[in-house]
Design a protein around this ligand. Structure first.
Ligand SMILES: Nc1ncnc2c1ncn2[C@@H]1O[C@H](COP(=O)(O)OP(=O)(O)O)[C@@H](O)[C@H]1O
Ligand SMILES: [Mg+2]
Length: 253
């Protein structure tokens, strides 16, 4: 068994009632690699993230981290496993400041008392967390807006704050679900270079419909269609794969 894969998903299947959302999906992620997980709406991309972050039940399949077999994690175990994600929607707390939203991202007991426990830390722990949250905000060039309320921000900025929230736990593996979704051309370009920068510090699985972003930041692609991998490998090879063009790229181009 190879040790070099940071993350390895083997034969993952997830069903919702009668619907097979994922069938025998394999996906590998190496150190400092960006893997694009693409495919039409409903293909199962978010479900794969949900399986990996303990938000849906896995029917079958195995997970290896650094070549070591792991149980599918529960949400509160993600931080210790070095895994962090953004949601397809933005999911910020509107009434909290940007800094508070990012601090909450570090909470390990995400199921209960989220805000109060994140902000009710001992003085020293809170100071440390604040420092990490500020440095996460710096990484997305948003430290200048730390004290603004989340509901006062323009949409593209909220997407950056959502990424900072995922970064505060200093993940080794970052799962980004449509980070450029709903953005205009200029903000997309900006997001593109941000993902480039992040990739120097962690490994990323990127779900994104904007093909220019995908083609420019990804090292490899994994293409899902109706819950099955129809192609995977180097970006150039996959983008020319007739099955991919027919199922997906042909629709967009
Ligand atoms: N929690 C859920 N309960 C029932 N069906 C779901 C759930 N999550 C996703 N699905 C279904 O699984 C399929 C894959 O969805 P999803 O993973 O969101 O696709 P994608 O992110 O690729 O657009 C879709 O048919 C969707 O309706
Ligand atoms: Mg999705």
């Amino acid at each position: 068994m190879s040790n070099e894969n940071l993350l390895s998903i083997k034969a993952l299947s997830v069903s919702f009632g009668g619907l097979k959302a994922l069938t025998n999906v394999n996906l590998e992620l190496n150190q400092n690699e960006v893997v694009g997980l693409i495919g039409p709406n409903g293909a199962g991309k978010t479900t794969l993230f949900n399986a990996l972050s303990g938000l849906v039940d896995v029917e079958s399949g195995s997970l290896l981290i650094n070549g070591k077999s792991h149980k599918w994690p529960k949400p509160h175990q993600l931080v210790d496993l070095g895994i962090s994600r953004t949601l397809q929607g933005v999911g910020l707390f509107p009434e909290l400041t940007v800094l508070e939203n990012v601090m909450v991202g570090d909470n390990k007991n995400a199921r209960s008392g989220l805000i109060s426990s994140a902000l009710g830390l001992s003085g020293r722990d809170e100071a440390k967390l604040k420092q990490r949250a500020m440095s996460a905000l710096e990484r997305v060039y948003a430290s200048g807006i730390a004290d603004q309320r989340a509901d006062s921000l323009p949409y593209p900025v909220t997407k950056r704050v959502a990424i900072a929230r995922a970064l505060v736990s200093e993940p080794k593996i970052l799962l980004l679900d449509e980070p450029a979704g709903g953005m205009g051309a200029q903000d997309i370009e900006w997001m593109n270079s941000l993902i480039h920068n992040l990739a120097s510090q962690c490994s990323i699985i990127l779900v994104e419909h904007h093909m220019d972003v995908v083609m420019s930041v990804c090292d490899r692609l994994c293409v899902l269609n109706f819950g099955e991998v129809i192609a995977s490998g180097e970006v150039e090879t996959v983008r020319q794969d007739p099955a991919v063009v027919a199922a997906y790229l042909g629709v967009n181009n």
